[in-house]
Structure formats: structure tokens, C-alpha cells
Ligand binder design. Structure first.
Ligand code: ACO
Length: 326
């Protein structure tokens, strides 16, 4: 039997409302030129107030199930990467389980910010190898618009909402997840955080003092992002017995075009082998890589036998990579 866990199908969904740079110019002291030049973002999708992220995640999951030709009843486990679930508890995975009627699954959430999808793949791959599960549904969904300070130009121009999903199964050949790598360094947690939690429960004071919104030291985060994603990619390649020359498509976390270009340069991967959609979605946190993966796969950028490298970076700080043969 093949030792590999493989991706059977993928899907993604974003809210219909598009927030343009021109609109942001009316909200904070910024400009279309600054956002495009410094971040590479032209627009982002933003969820309607009061909408449920679990609905968007369910849409992405249904698309992935249909592509994989797997019934919801045949899913053994649902792992959802998110830091913006509908509720503090229960896990959003349980809400999605109900919506999908995936009644035979166990469901839980993973909190690793933008690295959440690859942390979940790492976990799911291990479980597939050891538990006897046949199918695991991994979803990454974020509504960072719900925790952005819309008066802070340092952060509000960067983020968007969305969801991506994959159905994992057992490979019957040499295709599948060749390696996964995860790492974190909690000493840097103050570089990117949202303090709104049990230490600062909701109150007039926490709202007035912006204690439930995103705080970020952008320049330092940028520096760590390039170094740690390069580190993660190299570690995952080495584990798979490959080099960057073997990569047919690199799908990096879509946070900033300059970070993406920096990784391509450091890892010597030509621009035409690097997938970019940050211009259309902004940074959708954990959802960014599965959205890009689904677009690339459905758009014909991935063929059978291709080596695809996924690499992410996020709050924690956390970073991770995964090498897949399709
Ligand atoms: N419009 C206009 N000017 C701005 C804006 C804006 N939206 N934002 C910041 N500036 C200004 C700053 O105030 C500063 O002005 P000053 O020199 O007068 O003080 C100037 O632009 C330069 O600021 P920097 O912070 O040095 O700008 P930089 O080129 O580093 O770009 C950015 C900032 C886009 C945030 C960049 O540092 C970045 O992308 N960092 C990584 C962020 C990231 O990836 N975060 C997500 C991690 S994933 C997760 O877990 C969610």
C-alpha cells in the first residue's frame, strides 16, 4: 500500500463584496499607489456584517467534497484552521459538521493564525498514517475583517476574508504529501497579536482601547516572514529528498507581494513558478494557501506528477511548509 496521504479534491469561497483601495482612501490616510507598491494588493473580499464564516467554509468544503467525489458521510475527521470562528466555542468545525451533515466525523479547530492550514495538513497526514481514517476534510477559513481596526492604516489595508478546503485520502501510487514541516517561536508573539481574550474579556473599556483588534509591528514581521518561510521550505524539501529546482509550482502565503518575491529570490525559484493572487484577495490568513491551491489546480497550473510546494507564516510566530506530488 502507498505510504502517502493525497489531496483528492479542493474548493474555495469568498464573500461577494469587494473592498477597493479607492474605498480605503476614503477611510484612512492612505493611497492606492502606496498599497499597490508596498503590498501588491488591489482589492480584497469582505464578509457582510453579521454573516457566518461557517457558511463560507461550508461552501468551500462542499466544492472540495464534490471534486473529490467523496460523500460527507464518508468523512472521518474535520479539522478547521481559523482564529475567527463564528463563536468562541464550540469549535467552528462542529458548526460546519452540522451544515455538511458529516455525521460520522470528529471535528475540531486548530489555532495557528496564517500557518493554520499547513499545521492542519501536518496533523491530518499523521492521523491518516496512524489511525485507519479514510478521509479527512481540512478547511481553513478566516474573517479577519471582524478584528481589524478600521482606523489603523498599518493593518486595515492588508486583510481580506475567505475560505479554502481540501479532502485528503489514501494515495494508491506515488502521489501525495511527501513532507510537512511546522515550527514556531513564541518569543515573538508580541509582533502580531489580538489581545481580546480571557485576559481582556469584552467590556466598554476593551472596545474603547482597541483591545480586540489586530496589533502588528509590520516591518519586523516582514523580516521574520522572509527568513522563516525560506527556512521552512528548505526543511520540507530536504525531508522529501528534493531541491528547489524540483519545484513546479510554489504557493506561498499571500501576505505581501514583496515577501513573496523575497522568498522566490532566496530559494532561487523563477517568478513564473510562483503563484500570486494577493492582488485580488489581500491576506486571508489561514485561507490564503488553500484558496490559491484550488485556483491553481482548477486553472490548469498543476498537472499530474507536478511537485507543488506550500509555505506559510503567521502570528505566534508560526511557520510551515508542505511538499506535494500531484
Ligand atoms: N498607507 C500609507 N502609508 C502607510 C500605510 C498605509 N496604508 N501603512 C503604513 N504607512 C507608512 C508608515 O506610517 C510609515 O510612515 P513613516 O515613515 O512616516 O513612519 C511608512 O509608511 C513606512 O512604514 P513601514 O512599516 O516601514 O512600511 P513597509 O514598507 O514595511 O510596509 C507593511 C508595511 C505593508 C505592513 C509591511 O511591513 C508588511 O507587509 N509586513 C508584513 C505584514 C504581514 O505579513 N502580516 C501578516 C502576517 S500573517 C498573520 O498571521 C495574519
Amino acid at each position: 500500500m502507498s505510504p502517502f496521504t493525497c489531496v483528492l479534491g479542493s474548493g474555495h469561497a469568498v464573500p461577494p463584496r469587494i473592498l477597493t483601495n479607492a474605498e480605503l482612501e476614503q477611510m484612512v490616510d492612505t493611497s492606492e499607489e502606496w498599497i499597490i507598491e508596498r503590498c501588491g494588493i488591489r482589492q480584497r473580499h469582505i464578509a457582510a456584517p453579521g454573516s457566518a464564516l461557517s457558511d463560507l467554509a461550508t461552501q468551500a468544503a462542499q466544492q472540495a467534497l464534490s471534486a473529490a467525489e467523496v460523500a460527507a458521510a464518508d468523512i472521518d475527521m474535520i479539522i478547521v484552521a481559523t482564529v475567527t470562528g463564528d463563536m468562541k466555542f464550540p469549535a467552528m468545525a462542529c458548526l460546519i459538521q452540522e451544515k455538511l451533515q458529516a455525521d460520522n466525523a470528529a471535528a475540531f479547530d486548530v489555532s495557528a493564525a496564517c500557518s493554520g492550514f499547513l499545521y492542519s495538513l501536518h496533523l491530518a497526514d499523521s492521523l491518516m498514517r496512524t489511525s485507519g481514517y479514510r478521509h479527512i476534510l481540512v478547511i481553513a477559513a478566516e474573517m479577519l475583517s471582524s478584528m481589524v481596526n478600521w482606523q489603523d492604516r498599518n493593518t486595515c489595508v492588508l486583510f481580506g476574508d475567505g475560505a479554502g478546503a481540501v479532502v485528503l485520502g489514501r494515495s494508491d501510487g506515488s502521489n501525495g504529501l511527501l513532507s510537512t514541516y511546522v515550527k514556531s517561536d513564541g518569543r515573538h508573539h508580541k509582533l502580531l497579536f489580538n489581545p481580546g481574550g480571557s485576559q481582556h474579556p469584552p467590556s466598554h473599556e476593551t472596545i474603547d482601547n482597541q483591545l480586540a483588534t489586530i496589533n502588528m509591528a509590520g516591518r519586523e514581521v516582514f523580516r521574520h516572514a522572509v527568513v522563516s518561510m525560506t527556512d521552512a521550505l528548505n526543511a520540507a524539501l530536504e525531508q522529501a529528498g528534493l531541491t528547489s529546482a524540483d519545484i513546479d509550482l510554489l504557493i506561498p502565503h499571500q501576505a505581501n507581494i514583496r515577501i513573496i518575491e523575497g522568498i522566490g529570490k532566496r530559494c532561487k525559484i523563477p517568478a513564473d513558478k510562483v503563484y500570486v493572487n494577493v492582488d485580488r484577495y489581500g491576506n486571508t490568513s489561514a485561507a490564503s494557501v488553500p484558496i490559491a491551491l484550488n485556483e491553481a489546480w482548477r486553472g490548469g497550473r498543476i498537472s499530474s506528477g507536478d511537485i507543488v510546494a506550500l509555505v506559510t507564516f503567521g502570528a505566534g510566530l508560526t511557520w510551515s511548509a508542505c511538499i506535494i506530488r500531484f
